[in-house]
Design a protein around this ligand. Sequence first.
Ligand code: HEM
Length: 370
Amino acid sequence: MADTSFSSTPGAAAPEPQALVAPGAAAHYVVLSLAAGAAAEEAARAFFGNAAGLARSVARRAPEAGLSLVVGIGAKAWGRLFGQPRPAGLHEFKALQGDKHQAPSTPGDILLHVRAASVDLCFELVRLAMEGLGDAVRPVDEVHGFRYFDERAMIGFVDGVENPAGREAWDATLIGDEDPDFAGGSYVIVQKYLHDMAAWKQLSTEEQERVIGRTKADNVELADDVKPSNSHVALNVVEDEEGNELAILRGNLPFANASRGEYGTYFIGYAKDPAVTELMLTNMFIGRPPGNYDRLLDFSTAVTGGLFFVPSAALLEALADGNPLADASPAAADPAPGVLTAGDALRIGSLKGQPQMLGPQATAPLDPVG
Ligand code: HEM
């Protein structure tokens, strides 16, 4: 996302977060798996301690380019490297199985989200990171996103418009008193989508607008009585029990390999509680109510899915020496990833004791507020 109005910082008392809110016309999204063995674990911990310094090394050479790095840690890797205590919301990405579309859960121990004004800086930082990690990791997926005209997604609609900004962005993304050991951290969900551009282009502009829920040229949200309940925007407006809208911070960018006919969107969403993003995904893939799935999925296939904990900047650095919060308790087993099905639409809000996520918005007919 390129909205530089996001560049405010959270309150002085809160631990400094990583650069969740950052501009960038270019991004590298890198997912890695951790190799077996104690040496790999040691190298990964050392990398977490050095990551911010590495980013500074590259960023200072081109301050105007706004290079930033976010490091995320998967559930299995956290268990292996740091044991207990662990962030309350950290679990593997839960695959979703809808009537027609599915969201796979794919492996991933470490996520690097690198953004800058130009791709050379993203490359340089990822290169140094990979040198540092060496044999400790194996590549799982690497996508190079770019900002397209007018900040449009590959499908031609402006993306990121309703992202929270300023204070709201931090409120939506940063863990607070509900899990004080991990305050200043966040959770991030990533999915790589491939678009069927031939089928998408066969739709008229008006039909595409009904798929998204906004106008294409002017980028205005459709009125509630016109916007279909299976439009992307309608299904991604979610509320808590008191009717407060729940937000996530998206850093999506398009990517492409035109000679291979590959056109995609890399979805990346930060939230203080992954259940919010999971509720949106449930609405999209299973439907609200079940069966009323996101029409965008008829033109977009999710090929990866991962969930990572994003420690605060201070915790990331401290992890070099192991879990600074640890007592003598042994590493706990990781929760099983499982698959979300239509029945889970009712229960998704209770994933981690979030009763406010339960309820009508998961299954009832649409009540859009956005
Ligand atoms: C195929 C991948 C995707 C594409 C191309 C896409 C594109 C868009 C576009 C064009 C908009 C309207 C403008 C805006 O507010 O940003 C939008 C809105 C939104 N999308 Fe997506 N999106 C994708 C996947 C997802 C996923 C997986 C989620 C959540 C898990 C999501 C959550 C949202 C939210 C929360 C909004 C704002 C709704 C509102 O408040 O109006 N998107 N997306």
